[in-house]
Every structure is written in structure tokens, then in C-alpha cells.
Design a protein around this ligand. Structure first.
Ligand SMILES: O=C(O)CCC(=O)C(=O)O
Ligand SMILES: [Fe+2]
Length: 359
């Protein structure tokens, strides 16, 4: 018999403060999601309302060096969809399974062990275990737990990242470097940015963060969300997802239409983030996405957020504005932009308004 909610005490206390996460809640065997997780009607998305035939592009990276069409298709996908998947990207497929397993390994830890990494207890602000997005700022919670790791150096990561997943997380960051460099190179070519000098490198990929996401089984996926509507604040995001599915992307040409990102074994999902939408003056799109929870199985995903350096000021590149194009975005401190994102609950594409030139 599932325990009554009153036996668990206050949900926020059980899930957030005691470190049980929504995983702990799910494992009590509860039959309905607590009211704190019930989203308003307009934020719910049923798998039946998701378009399946019109899916995001899948790009084969194996001929990147010989065939300029590969780079062109990357730029086109970034303009038209903001999302695509890459295959033959150079990261060994067997290794991707190890990252997934390491993620599950971390979340299998008892609450007391994970509690050591919460905001209040973590020995460093670069390692954070949490649940939902910002429970303190949200009126509705999201059905997700996470471990967020800011990469500072290999040395720092080797001493502070949790041992259950540290090796695989560090290695995943290393092994994705070549494909990230190629994607950025292709995208810059498309903007007529000729050289990625030190300053541009810092603007485009001055810092990286890896998140390990865990979406427990959910008794009422139709009432809640795994992750609510948002766009990433990154330059671009490289995401490993397991075979469960649930990630949905807003279609740019259609009103209120969402496409499912089907899990493809061995692929990586790439999406453009707000920082690149700003730097490309809107040419590349940072598209809204969300995750639907699953009734039967838990899901894991591992995004690497490739971000501008925290001390950078970002705005449209001079190369993009050269031919008299009007700047849609102003120069903003990236650090302030990120702070603005984390001040509020997920709210679709609202964050980018912070960087818009006022009319
Ligand atoms: O889990 C996923 O597929 C997406 C997660 C996501 O959108 C994020 O962490 O920003
Ligand atoms: Fe995201």
C-alpha cells in the first residue's frame, strides 16, 4: 500500500529539504501526483498532441571534412528548427551507455548521500544536486531530479564531482569536444565569421556545464511536466537521452505545435541556445522545448551546456551586422542574463526579452 501523503509530511520537506527528490516520492508507490505537481491546463502536453511525422533533422557527421553540405545542413537546421540530432559524431556508442549507467548509479544513492550535494550542503557551488527547477520560485513543481556540474578544471572535477559518475562525466565532456568544435565552426561559417580567435572562443564556449537528469516514473504524466517549456541559455547544448523518449520541441512554422525528438541509439541531440540566438542576431533559433514524464519507466538525460564565459558581454556579432542589418539584441553581461533565467520558473521564451533592443 502506498503511504498516504500525510505520512510523508510536507512534500517540500520530503522532496527538497530531506533530499529524497521526486525519485524518492515516486518510489513510495504513490498512485496520483501530489497537487504541487499538477500543472495548469495550458502547460500540460499529451503525447497524443505531439506531431510525429514532422521530426527534427538527423545529420550524419561522418563526411564533415569532405562534404561542405554537412556544414550547410547544420546551419539550415539551426535556422529552421533550432534542434537536430547528430550521428557518427565520433563519441563511441558504447561509451554513451556508460554515461547513462553512471547517471543511474548516482541517483541510486540513498537520499542522505545525495543530500551532501544540495545547495545548502555542497562543498562547492560547482556541484549541485536538486529537484524540479527552482522549487522556491515555482508555483508548480517539475517531475525531475538533477545533478548539475560546472566544469572548472579536470583537477577540480576529479576532487569534487561525485565519485559514482565523475569519471564518465569528465570523459563525456572530453569526448564531445571535437564534435562541439565542428558544430561551432560550421555555424560560424554560416554567419561569415572567418576566424574563431581567442575572444570569440570565449564568447562561444568559455564555460561548460554538464547536468545529469533523472525523471522518475510518474503515475499521472498527463497532469505534470518532466521539464516545463523553456529555451536553454547556452550557445548550444549537446544532449544524450536514453531510449524512453518524452523530449518535445516547438515547431517554428506552426501555431502551438510540438514535435517529439525520437530517441535514436547512439545519436546526440543538439540545440541552439539563447546566447547563440543573440550573437547571430536571431538567425539561429533557440527553440522552446519541454519533457513529458513517463508512466512506465524512469528516464535519464545528460545535457552538456556549452556557454559563453561568465565574464563576457554578449551581443550580435559585428560580422552579422556588417551589411546594415539592424541589431535585434543589445549587449548584455552573460552572467546577468543567466541570473535572470534562474530568478524565475520556466516561462517559455521570456528570458530573451531581457536582451532585446526596445522598440
Ligand atoms: O531531458 C531532456 O531531454 C531535456 C532537458 C532540458 O531541456 C534541459 O536540461 O535543459
Ligand atoms: Fe533545455
Amino acid at each position: 500500500m502506498a503511504p498516504a501523503m500525510s505520512e510523508l509530511g510536507d512534500i517540500m520537506d520530503f522532496v527538497v529539504r530531506k533530499g529524497n527528490g521526486v525519485k524518492g516520492l515516486s518510489e513510495t508507490g504513490l498512485e496520483t501526483v501530489p497537487k504541487q505537481y499538477v500543472q495548469p491546463m495550458e502547460e500540460r502536453l499529451d503525447m497524443n498532441n505531439v506531431v510525429n511525422q514532422d521530426s527534427i533533422p538527423v545529420i550524419d557527421m561522418s563526411k564533415y571534412l569532405e562534404d561542405p553540405k554537412v556544414a550547410e545542413s547544420i546551419c539550415l537546421a539551426a535556422e529552421k528548427w533550432g534542434f537536430f540530432q547528430v550521428i557518427n559524431h565520433g563519441v563511441p556508442i558504447e561509451f554513451l551507455d556508460k554515461v547513462e549507467e553512471a547517471t543511474r548509479q548516482f541517483f541510486r544513492l540513498p537520499a542522505e548521500a545525495k543530500l551532501k550535494y544540495t545547495k545548502e550542503n555542497s562543498p562547492t557551488c560547482n556541484v549541485r544536486y536538486g529537484t524540479s527547477f527552482i522549487p522556491q520560485a515555482e508555483t508548480c513543481l517539475e517531475w525531475k531530479d538533477y545533478l548539475s556540474l560546472l566544469y572548472v578544471s579536470e583537477e577540480e572535477a576529479s576532487s569534487f564531482w561525485p565519485r559514482e559518475c565523475r569519471k564518465q562525466a569528465i570523459e563525456f565532456m572530453k569526448l564531445t569536444e571535437p564534435v562541439i568544435n565542428r558544430l561551432i565552426e560550421a555555424l560560424m561559417k554560416g554567419l561569415k565569421v572567418k576566424e574563431i580567435d581567442e575572444r570569440k572562443e570565449s564568447l562561444l564556449m568559455g564555460s561548460k556545464r554538464i547536468n545529469l537528469n533523472y525523471y522518475p516514473m510518474c503515475p499521472n504524466p498527463e497532469l505534470t511536466v518532466g521539464v516545463g517549456r523553456h529555451s536553454d541559455v547556452s550557445t548550444l547544448t549537446v544532449l544524450l537521452q536514453d531510449d524512453i523518449g518524452g523530449l518535445c520541441v516547438r515547431l517554428l512554422d506552426e501555431e502551438n505545435s510540438w514535435a517529439h525528438v525520437p530517441p535514436i541509439s547512439g545519436s546526440l541531440v543538439i540545440n541552439i541556445g539563447d546566447a547563440l540566438q543573440i550573437m547571430s542576431n536571431g538567425r539561429y533559433k533557440s527553440v522552446e522545448h519541454r519533457v513529458i514524464a513517463n508512466e512506465k519507466r524512469s528516464r535519464v538525460s545528460v545535457p552538456i551546456f556549452v556557454n559563453p564565459g561568465a565574464s563576457n558581454m554578449i551581443g550580435p556579432f559585428a560580422e552579422v551586422l556588417k551589411n546594415g542589418e539592424k541589431a535585434v539584441y543589445k549587449q548584455v553581461w552573460y552572467k546577468e542574463y543567466v541570473k535572470h533565467f534562474f530568478r524565475k520558473a520556466h516561462d517559455g521564451k521570456k528570458t530573451i526579452e531581457y536582451a532585446m533592443v526596445s522598440k
